[in-house]
Design a protein around this ligand. Sequence first.
Ligand code: SF4
Ligand code: SF4
Ligand code: SF4
Length: 251
Amino acid sequence: MNKDRKTEIARRRFLKGLVLGAGGSAVAAVPALPRTPSGRLGKVRYGMLIDLRKCVGCQSCSVACKSEFDVPLGVSRSWVEYVEKGVYPHVGRTFLPRLCNHCSDPPCVSVCPTGATYKREQDGIVVVDDGVCIGCKYCILACPYDARFLNPVTRFADKCDFCIHRVSKGLVPSCVNTCPAGARIFGDLNDPGSQISKTMARNRVSVLRPEMGTQPNVYYIGADHTEPGNVKRHEAGEVRVVTHRRDPERR
Ligand code: SF4
Ligand code: SF4
Ligand code: SF4
């Protein structure tokens, strides 16, 4: 473990002690530093690209994530929304897989009073340190994407962490590994030679809610950004977005 990381852990232990007093629990194990997939020198910026032309809405990604992390019923780290619109008989349904965007300017980090939520220097993954989280929910309210929840079992903030335990071993996240359509690509956005960078260079991509200024690192090809609130303005007429998150309207 390098000196900077040791100092960071000491800082988080200290902060948790300030907030909780002497009875705080032990700090969680620190994940190993990841390797740059291509062996390239320099910082990694991990991201995901989801090609909605290929997505068939099978929810395999959602199930794989539930299984990987033993996510309790009623909450999700990864989920798929349905966007339905049109007027019978001209109706259509498209899919929108969702997860934490691992934003470059994440509001969930700046509001966290203990430093439990932080963005990893070495690869940009936004993580929650259970050993320091006090379950105050500030980060859950601050996220413009409804990507976080309070885990009903652990009582800590929870969300996607790009399967850090797999990625640090050179594997792709479980949702990417499971997708039968090959719709999800994970990799280093700072590496122009990575599959994700090359695919993004060849296609028009978009992010969710760019107006929030969070700079998401999850990109989409062919996303339908229709919001339920657009129903009156949208020429397609009826619009319904189905999600199983706590907020019925997409955020
Ligand atoms: S999507 Fe939400 S939880 Fe994830 S980094 Fe961005 S603001 Fe934080
Ligand atoms: S609930 Fe969120 S804001 Fe509060 S301590 Fe935990 S990670 Fe930080
Ligand atoms: S596993 Fe792939 S095809 Fe199935 S819903 Fe998820 S992204 Fe879409």
